[in-house]
Design a protein around this ligand. Structure first.
Ligand code: ZN
Length: 485
């Protein structure tokens, strides 16, 4: 711990310990509002939670609190007048001598019902003293981390310590439903509300495992494609038409089989060449990461791993592209032995993208490959390959000021160097912040890999909650002190 910050940290950390019951109580109140963004009937609850947070921000002395309306939700919706929940903007401090940090979090949650198999009512926070954890929908994703930032401010006030940076909040209520409206808001506000923001911190992901804290510096992107093959005017009977017409499903299976092999190798030419080469600095980051093939097997509930070595698994999850085949629309998929020949089938697959894959170039390679493969079949059917949606990858510099500040903070709180991780999935908003605000973004997770963010019995360990807040607090000080932006 840096000597000049030690007295400050001692004061703040002991306040966080002291105020723990109050913080848990506040989390319980927030979680009691079932802010499920995907359920139209619960939309008023999502809005209620925005107001609940705004009230709390006001109590803490945040200023310029604005609930930014985003208009009506685009279709498909049942209620054409359904309003999107607001984005909660607020500021704490406006000192030009200090850096300004934007903290992002989301207050909406995934759906949850007791009947899904929860051990207790999902919207009643249960503190399990024996296991030292808190169970409830939103505890880890993302109400716990979001309220954590507010508690950090409160702990500073209680300890009589000035906040070392100016804070700007951006709390959204549609994250679990595609972050509708957020991109537009960030673009609109980049020179207004978000003017002067030096860096962005997102606490909305998890440790890789359950023991070691991590800082996350990269996410893969995702380009999603479909191949439509059609021929006959209607679904046909194989007893009458089998063997005498060209079947779309047979063509589709053959085209799909040319995309990837059973070892996970992508067979489309030209993709591998676009993947960034590993640097020595990057190579070194994998060595100490706390992970093993056993953890992968536990997570997949099987022994189907394609790689046994830790480094190989992590690299193929984080820094190499992958191609997955997801399903076939229009095919017979039920039980039994239906003898149908589907007239039109749509195969769906996606590619997880990484640096330096050029998204437009990738689309062309993929679509050309599908057309070529189909052409080789000499089929009279029609084939169309297309992109459905894409989201770019993101990689930051784990050695920049923000990451180094967070690494020092983690070391002070947990007594270990954090693992520098990436994730195989996407948080598209990360890139929007980085590009629009021209800042660096840090992903600073609070919860553990086994928190069950989108499943039943979502939890946050009390130690992660408390130490997560301490890490956030220490990070603010180290970042505030650092000479770089
Ligand atoms: Zn989340």
């Amino acid at each position: 711990m840096s000597a000049d910050l030690k007295p400050t940290f001692d004061k703040i950390f002991s306040k966080i310990d002291e105020l723990k019951p109050e913080f848990i109580d506040m989390l319980a109140k927030a979680i009691a509002i079932p802010a499920v963004s995907s359920d139209e009937s619960l939309r008023p609850k999502v809005v209620e939670k925005a107001h609940f947070l705004a009230d709390h921000l006001k109590k803490l002395g945040f200023q310029d609190i604005q609930l930014k309306e985003l208009g009506t939700q685009p279709p498909p919706v049942q209620d054409p007048n359904l309003q999107l929940p607001p984005i909660v903007l607020a500021r704490y401090g406006n000192d030009p001598a200090k850096k300004t940090l934007l903290v992002y979090g989301h207050y909406d949650v995934q759906p949850a019902q007791l009947e899904d198999g929860w051990d207790s009512e999902p919207f009643e926070l249960v503190v399990d003293e024996k296991k030292q954890l808190m169970r409830g929908r939103g505890s880890t994703d993302d109400t716990g981390p979001l309220t954590g930032w507010l508690h950090v401010v409160q702990a500073h006030q209680a300890a009589g310590v000035e906040l070392p940076v100016n804070l700007v909040t951006c709390f959204e209520g549609m994250e679990e439903s595609g972050s509708l409206g957020l991109d537009v808001l960030i673009t609109e506000q980049k020179d207004k509300y978000f003017k002067g923001v030096d860096a962005v911190c997102i606490s909305d992901n998890y440790w890789l495992g359950t023991r070691k804290p991590v800082l996350t510096y990269g996410l893969r992107g995702c380009n999603y494609y479909q191949i439509t093959i059609e021929g006959p005017g209607a679904d046909l009977h194989s007893g009458i038409f089998g063997g005498i017409i060209a079947e779309p499903m047979i063509d589709l299976v053959q085209v799909l089989s040319t995309l990837v092999d059973s070892q996970g190798n992508i067979l489309i030419k030209g993709i591998e060449e676009m993947v960034a080469k590993e640097t020595e600095k990057e190579q070194a980051l994998y060595k100490d990461i706390d992970f093993s093939v056993e953890e992968l097997n536990a997570a997949s509930g099987s022994e189907t791993a394609l790689y046994q070595k830790k480094e190989d698994i992590l690299k193929h999850r984080w820094r190499y592209p992958s191609l997955s085949v997801h399903g076939v629309e229009g095919a017979f998929y039920g039980q039994g032995a239906k003898t149908v020949i589907p007239a039109k089938v749509v195969g769906k697959f996606s590619i997880r993208t990484v640096p330096d894959i050029d998204s437009g170039k990738l689309d062309k390679l993929v679509i050309d490959h599908c057309n070529e493969a189909f052409k080789k079949l000499n089929s009279p059917n029609k084939c169309k390959a297309e992109l459905i949606h894409d989201g770019a990858y993101w990689v930051s510099d784990p050695f920049n000021a923000q990451f180094q500040a967070a690494a020092k903070a983690t070391k002070d709180v947990y007594g270990v160097e954090p693992d520098f991780t990436r994730e195989g999935g996407s948080i598209p908003i990360t890139l929007t912040f980085e590009e629009q605000l021209k800042t660096s973004v840090l992903l600073l997770p609070m919860g553990r890999g086994d928190d069950g963010a989108h499943s039943i019995n979502e939890k946050l360990d009390i130690s992660n909650f408390v130490n997560g807040m301490k890490t956030m607090a220490a990070y603010l000080h180290y970042y505030g002190q650092s000479p770089e932006k």
